[in-house]
Design a protein around this ligand. Structure first.
Ligand code: C2E
Ligand code: MG
Ligand code: MG
Length: 678
């Protein structure tokens, strides 16, 4: 259709254009991130050179005989090169998109899963681990490429034999699979957990050529697993054994005791007193750190063979194996008691904790752990009832006074109506002349079945159920009436006073002010002679509210007395913000058995001195002997209350005690209470 000369001319020109434009395009693409264009550069360069050469030949600029065959050869070479590049391109596209061999797929899967290839060339004895592992472990590349023996040096000593055995076994049996977890050493001497899964590759002669598989970093998994295992038997706050582990060890100790006479374990239960209140007043986070402090103090006291566990929120238990002499055991329990008592620094404050401690001995007869646990718990409860910060050893008699709490609760609701709740009066004596200055009202419950119960056994229940409000009102009114009667009978310069205990539920209600007001208006009493007794821990639960309430009560004409001083915060300087007129020093400071004989009078003396400086009277509680009283008098304390001067007694007994003073004022000393209160 065309003139051949024109057609050839068009073809040559278009070849020239395609070549140069193509070369430009290839260069452009290869500098803009298209890797395949880079591969085309040499081929296209040759093509450009060839086109130029062909141009010179056609134009007659080159007239060599060899020019034509050289151009033909060059063209073949270029076509082949282009062919290769196209093929390569085509295959690269295919493997990622559609058809893929199983081998390729596996290789991609291993990379995709982030697994480390582990390959042991058995014939050359070389182990190859892909560089990811070396990166994780912090080694230089190729550091882990060694013979098997040397490679095992990277494995944790405790795993080494197991792994060696697994490798030997696979060489022996020539089949099977290695599935092992192992720890590999890092560059800085830590260990990471890996799971190794590999399989032998067997040659035509049946020998193992290599063992190939993958390795996975499972450190996080292992750590979580270990933590879980630890948590199952350990308390996660203190790290001490928890109840489960403790019970298991107790079983073991009981069994030892059965077979070996020399082993005589003691179970000790340490229950923190009033910890719940403390928790509410300082917050649970602070409560936790206090528990931690206590747990550290306790663990320091133990020998390696003993076990300390946290068995409940504020309860610790100890299996004591290191001591077997009774007096050594009680001495140990006392060390525990004192170590809990030591003040705990907390921010600006000092926290004073106490614990009630119950002991039960395991002997060859003990069959069940439930029995021994119950015994120790009974002893601990006895310690609580005796008024906290005490140690009790289990006695079989404790079993009899088990009190069913639920039925006690419902009994208590009816107790007031049935007149089962009575008030006893314990004399408070002025040391100067040893005359009765006043009384403290103390509750007793004459339970129809259980006999007479002390306040420790039912006041906590009354507080929890709210019955304390009603009971408190009853005590206040009865006491005021009684005091009015007494005051009318004896007239003197120093009117008798009567102290009534107030519990926390009562103080936190504004009704208390109303109650005091109505009681004071109903009964004619000397000002300040009806005193409310509050403990310092109670006041400190909510110091602002307490300060307000106490001020109002004081203005109404009631006295205020600070009970159990020395068992709580014990900061007189702070407490003088409250309008107390009397402080009562707790029994444990007063009783002759105070232990540190040297320090006690010094502490007592300074409390008394400070109280006097702040304008408060001092009552010492728990004077049990006459020598206690003498000592207290010398220190400057003005009043005592204690068994030496009379136990809590009925109103009638109290009247008989004071009436001689009405009729015969010359007999200075009151007769001791004729009948004990219980
Ligand atoms: P408290 O107010 O510190 O009462 C003093 C306790 O010490 C009384 O125990 C008393 O019997 C005892 N005591 C007195 N002298 C001696 C002594 O020489 N040696 C010994 N070892 N103990 C002595 P009680 O009657 O068992 O009362 C215990 C606690 O119960 C009282 O401690 C008080 O906090 C509380 N309580 C008693 N009555 C009431 C009440 O009507 N309402 C409230 N909320 N609590 C009460
Ligand atoms: Mg009291
Ligand atoms: Mg007291």
């Amino acid at each position: 259709m065309f003139d051949p000369a024109i057609a050839a001319g068009i073809a040559r020109l278009s070849l020239l254009v395609v070549t140069f434009a193509g070369f430009g395009l290839v260069l452009y693409l290869s500098t803009h991130g298209f890797d395949r264009a880079v591969l085309l550069i040499p081929t296209w360069f040759l093509l450009t050179v060839w086109v130029l050469a062909a141009g010179f030949v056609v134009a007659g600029a080159i007239t060599n005989d060899l020019a034509a065959p050289a151009l033909l050869g060059g063209l073949e070479l270029i076509v082949m090169l282009i062919g290769f590049t196209v093929m390569q391109h085509a295959f690269a596209g295919v493997s990622a998109e559609g058809l893929m061999s199983d081998v390729e797929r596996r290789a991609l899967a291993v990379t995709g899963a982030g697994e480390v290839v582990w390959d042991w060339d058995v014939i050359r004895d070389r182990i190859f681990v892909s560089p990811e592992a070396e990166l994780i472990l912090g080694f230089k590349r190729g550091a882990m490429e060694t013979e098997a023996q040397a490679w095992l040096e990277f494995v944790h000593p405790s795993d080494r034999d197991r792994i060696r055995l697994a490798l030997d076994a696979i060489l022996d049996q020539r089949r099977g699979r290695i599935i092992q977890s192992l720890r590999l050493k890092t560059e800085d001497g830590h260990y990471f957990w890996f799971s190794l899964r590999a399989r032998p590759v067997v040659g035509t002669d049946g020998e193992v050529l290599r063992v190939v598989g993958t390795m996975n970093d499972i450190t996080e998994l292992k750590v979580a697993e270990e933590r879980l295992l630890q948590d199952a038997v350990h308390d996660n706050l203190t790290g001490l054994p928890n109840r489960e582990l403790f019970l298991d060890r107790l079983d073991a100790a009981i069994n030892f005791a059965k077979t070996d006479e020399k082993i005589r374990p003691t179970l000790i239960i340490v229950d923190l007193d009033r910890f719940k209140q403390l928790n509410t007043s300082v917050g649970t986070a602070a409560g936790d750190s206090i528990l931690l402090t206590v747990s550290r103090r306790l663990s320091r006291l133990l020998k390696p063979q003993d076990t300390l566990a946290r068995v409940a929120g504020d309860q610790f238990a100890i299996i004591l194996l290191s001591e077997r002499e009774p007096d050594r055991i009680t001495a140990f329990a006392d060390t525990i008691r004192r170590s809990v008592r030591a003040p705990i620094g907390f921010g600006e404050r000092q926290i004073f904790l106490t614990a009630s401690i119950g002991l039960a001995l395991v002997d060859g007869e003990t069959r069940e752990r439930a029995e021994i646990l119950k015994n120790a718990e009974l002893a601990m409860h006895a310690a609580k009832q005796a008024g906290n910060d005490r140690i009790e050893v289990f006695k079989p008699s404790m079993r009899n006074d088990k009190i069913d709490r639920i039925s006690l609760e419902s009994d208590l609701r009816r107790a007031l109506e049935k007149d089962e709740i009575i008030i006893m009066y314990q004399p408070i004596v002025r040391l100067e002349d040893r005359r009765i200055a006043g009384f403290e009202s103390l509750l007793r419950w004459n339970h129809p079945k259980l006999g007479r119960l002390g306040p420790a056994e039912f006041i906590p229940i009354a507080e929890e159920t709210g019955l304390i409000i009603e009971i408190g009102r009853f005590v206040l009114d009865r006491s005021a009436r009684q005091l009015a009667l007494w005051q009318r009978a004896i007239r003197g310069n120093n009117p008798l006073f009567l102290s009534v205990n107030i519990s926390s539920r009562q103080l936190m209600r504004h009704d208390l002010i109303q109650d005091v007001k109505s009681v004071l208006s109903r009964h004619t009493l000397a000002p300040g002679s009806l005193k409310l007794e509050l403990t310092e821990s109670l006041v400190m639960e909510n110091p602002e509210l307490a300060a307000q309430m106490l001020q109002k009560i004081r203005e109404l004409g009631a006295g205020l007395s600070l009970d159990d001083f020395g068992t709580g915060y014990s900061s007189l300087a702070y407490l003088q913000r409250f309008p107390f007129d009397t402080i009562k020093i707790d029994q444990q400071f007063v009783k002759g058995s105070g232990g540190k004989r040297g320090a006690r009078p010094v502490i007592l003396r300074s409390i008394v001195q400070l109280a006097h400086d702040l304008g408060m009277d001092v009552v010492a509680e728990g004077a049990e002997t006459d020598s206690d009283a003498v000592e207290l008098y010398q220190i400057g304390c003005e009043y005592v209350q204690g068994f030496a001067f009379g136990e809590p007694m009925t109103a009638e007994e109290a009247r008989r005690l004071i009436s001689p003073e009405v009729t015969d004022r010359a007999s200075a000393r009151p007769a001791p209470a004729s009948t004990p209160a219980t």
